[in-house]
Ligand binder design. Structure first.
Ligand SMILES: [Fe+2]
Ligand SMILES: [Fe+2]
Length: 170
């Protein structure tokens, strides 16, 4: 069993991870509509990873005999004017998710709930990687994306990203 406050925060995190999948699906659709299918692929893989994150939180509650409460996922209906904005929005989004996971971690520490902190350790590291890859994408776009040939090559590079299942098994 887990503390009620932790269960509430984890349930909220499930919704945030599914919302993240929606967020990246919106971005993937934007790039694909502009014929940047490599960017689209990168963000579709990202969306898949977010669904995995959500399911890891679902499984964590289930493994502890706790109730999973799914909430509405809001359609974001994002509109973008240029190719750079979604990349900056991605980094901002990941920083918000990092803060959210840190909040659960702090609450678990406060409750001396070390089972949850141990579970969250994977996500703490994962968020570092998520922020890094978003920042990397912004920098690559700044360097190469503004000229047609560079954008073509960057799109080809992002087309090569393949989905891999999360390294965390619970
Ligand atoms: Fe996530
Ligand atoms: Fe993420």
């Amino acid at each position: 069993m887990l503390n009620k406050e932790i269960v509430k925060l984890v349930n909220e995190q499930i919704n945030k991870e599914f919302l993240s999948a929606y967020f990246y699906l919106d971005i993937a659709n934007f790039y694909i509509s502009k014929n940047l299918n490599g960017f689209g692929n990168w963000f579709n893989v990202q969306a898949q990873e977010e669904r995995d994150h959500a399911m890891l939180f679902v499984k964590y509650l289930q493994n502890n005999g706790e109730e999973v409460e799914l909430d509405d996922i809001k359609a974001l209906k994002m509109k973008f004017e240029d190719f750079n904005t979604p990349l900056v929005a991605t980094l901002d989004h990941e920083i918000t998710v990092t803060n959210s996971i840190n909040t659960i971690y702090a609450a678990a520490l406060g409750q001396k709930d070390f089972r949850t902190t141990q579970f969250l350790d994977w996500f703490i590291k994962e968020q570092g990687e998520e922020e890094q890859s978003a920042d990397d994408l912004i920098k690559k776009y700044e360097l190469f994306g503004k000229d047609g040939k560079g954008l073509y090559l960057l799109d080809s590079e992002l087309a090569a990203r393949v989905y891999t299942a999360p390294s965390l098994v619970i």
